[in-house]
Design a protein around this ligand. Sequence first.
Ligand code: SF4
Length: 461
Amino acid sequence: MEVMSEASQTFIAKSKIKAADLEHRRKIRFNIGKYNDAVPKGKQQFTDVHLARERAKNVKWRAIETLDQQLEEFELNFTKRGGKVIWAENADQAIAEVLNICAAKNCKTLVKSKSMVTEEIHLNKALEAAGIDSVETDLGEYIQQLDGEPPYHIVTPAMHKNKEDVAKLFNKKLGTPINYTPEQLTLKAREVLREKYVQAEVGVTGANFIISDIGGIAVTENEGNARLSCSFPKTHIVIVGIEKMIPSVTDLGLFWPLLSTFGTGQKVTVYNTIVTGPKQANEADGPEEMYVILLDNGRTNILQNPKTRESLYCIRCGACLNACPIYKNIGGHAYGTTYSGPIGSVISPHLRGMEEFKHLSYASSLCGNCTEVCAVKINLHEILLENRKESVESGLAPFSEKMAWKIWKIASLKRGLMNMGNGNLKNKVVNGMFKVWKENRSDLHFSQKTFNEMWKDRYKK
Ligand code: SF4
């Protein structure tokens, strides 16, 4: 009897429920529909959008191939201006460093801007356990935090909620009238959050890019909350995955418009901020201390494999999620991982273990739409195949699957065997043989005659 990993069982159970949830599908279709309308307009700003994507891929290729040098160059330049760099091999180390800094600053309130890396290391949970009030300041993340849910999408955390859902949630948690409009709800969130910026001793942000030549980080956002989170509190901590590297500040001229167009359809996102260190002697504003935590947490597992390495080029625009037929049917939470959709299926088995998460490599129709839309042209569907290969080579394929493919191979290499029996018999044998595989798939249907038989019939007259 084949034993599925716990993550795989949860994935299948949740996917079955979501795939049949028509209300969920209606909301996702509506929100992705708006995205699909906006993106072609954003793309018009590029004279040649394919060339722009190709160039971005080349820049990321260079950054990742020389990542060790780029990271050291970043550290050298960033520390020159008084910033501190911390290298964290895993989530525990990153959490311990954040808690140490918070303890030293006697931090009671912390403001956080949207960051998938902090989701990945479960920062809020750790802060809460340490008695620190950690407040999400991005509106979508704030909604998710109020609801006790992780983000649903890497760019649009509350994509699965409509305005009525949010009004209900605010009514329950913040006591606002149930008929509040989106504008009124936003103003309420602003009222609550503004107060937190003033109280917070520490601000935490992620970074969309690490820039080695100037020793800085860049943050992209639409609400100004990240800018407030990194400038109001006296201490600013950045937590960022090491793969977010770009070699030069001039590369942003290419990456900023690409990220905004492929992320939301905008020509350029409303706030793009570059931070190169704490407040300097001649400056009036900014944090007194700034730390950048460079997080590995499994990324070097991807780096060491030349075939999957290009998944580190990802700029987290979310385009592949919006294009994926699987994501659109099962939604972001069914994956059970921080990163969902095609890019999540590609990287999660390497970040969190092939044995537990290899099933995500099969959560794809291999239609290639993800590769088609990727802002930096990552061959996502081919890497999914590579992951499948790796899991089989590591001996993770179950015995029944191995046997089934062995028999399939023998049969398909022998013309006589392929021509044996009619379609009905083959349907019976093959569907019986792939019982486990087709538990969540429809039956295979063979034609009554093989191609070879039909060919012979055609020319025997
Ligand atoms: S893999 Fe490509 S499309 Fe998907 S989030 Fe990353 S950059 Fe965007």
